[in-house]
Write a protein that binds this ligand. Sequence first.
Ligand SMILES: Cc1cc2nc3c(=O)[nH]c(=O)nc-3n(C[C@H](O)[C@H](O)[C@H](O)COP(=O)(O)OP(=O)(O)OC[C@H]3O[C@@H](n4cnc5c(N)ncnc54)[C@H](O)[C@@H]3O)c2cc1C
Length: 338
Amino acid sequence: MDTKQKKISSFLVVGGGISGLLIARSLADAGFSVRVLDKGRGFGGRLATRRAMPARFDHGAQYFTVRDARFQSWVDQWLKAGVIREWFDRFEGTSTDAEGHPRYVGVHGMSDIAKWLAVGVDVRRATKALALSRRRGVWTVHTDTEWDYQAETLILTTPVPQALDLLDSSGEDYGNGYSERLRAVHYEKGLALMGRLDGPSGLPGFGGIKIDDSAQLSWLADNAMKGISEVPAITLLSTADFAEAHWDNEDSVRGQLLAEAAGPYLKARIREFSCHRWGFTKPVVTFGAPYFCNQALGLLMAGDGFGGPRVEGAALSAIETIQYLFEAICTPHWGFHG
Ligand SMILES: Cc1cc2nc3c(=O)[nH]c(=O)nc-3n(C[C@H](O)[C@H](O)[C@H](O)COP(=O)(O)OP(=O)(O)OC[C@H]3O[C@@H](n4cnc5c(N)ncnc54)[C@H](O)[C@@H]3O)c2cc1C
């Protein structure tokens, strides 16, 4: 028998990346009772910043861009609040980027955006959803803590395969005719190396290089030149193929290979490093609509698997989900109780 204590809210969001936090913040600002559960110890999911060695690294998303006016209005708030700043506006020597457009970063790291969004929102960190169940119109999220959480409306914003694993545990027939499309969503893997340098990196320009012709590396960035680390500290991102090939390898092996590949770009040596495995970097097949909804079950799914790769894709998925929710709340048959 389940003896865990239960906490109840109107809306429960599983996943505290940008999509989950944008949804939760919008609901909280509108006066609804909402709670976010995230398995991570920090905020932001793939908006990830880590302090180590002692340096500061962005080891997930490196920057973000804005094309859509709806996302721009959030970005304007972050600029005004001093949460983000422009890092650079073009990759030198790229004809496709000749005009340039702003690439934004968190002032102290990409997770600043998540921290700002989480203000005023009940976010339960270090809380992993293990399984779901639904009885009498109420979802229960069973977690690895002493608490289980309940809500009439469940919003899953984890990468889609993780969301489907959770939904499968519920025994509910949730697919609404879209099961195949949901199961088709898949993502690339990636490895991030965070390395403390023994001196300035010597990277040109703004301190980041996009690499298109390496089997190992796709990106390197100097976190000191980016303005988030007080000491020289490099982030190396692998290619998806390299991550697949070295997924279960020792850090000492795969890290060394990445460090060697970065050698020709650097004027300093990597003195110590650690690696992070990303099971989901960006979706290579998306759902094809900005969110998924099963109204009868009070279930929504959002995130970059719906809105498209990149921070902006995840944010737009959230923005569309919120719009849908606010419209649905006004219709009597959905059954929301704010
Ligand atoms: C290495 C890397 C580099 C990238 N570079 C860029 C870039 O430069 N520019 C750009 O625009 N985008 C970039 N991206 C992509 C961008 O980070 C993502 O598209 C975006 O952040 C996804 O947001 P999300 O809210 O959809 O998902 P996520 O940020 O993944 O949020 C999902 C959350 O769900 C949580 N979760 C998962 N399972 C559970 C569970 N069982 N219980 C509780 N919580 C759970 C996770 O902890 C996570 O916090 C990069 C991604 C990576 C990994």
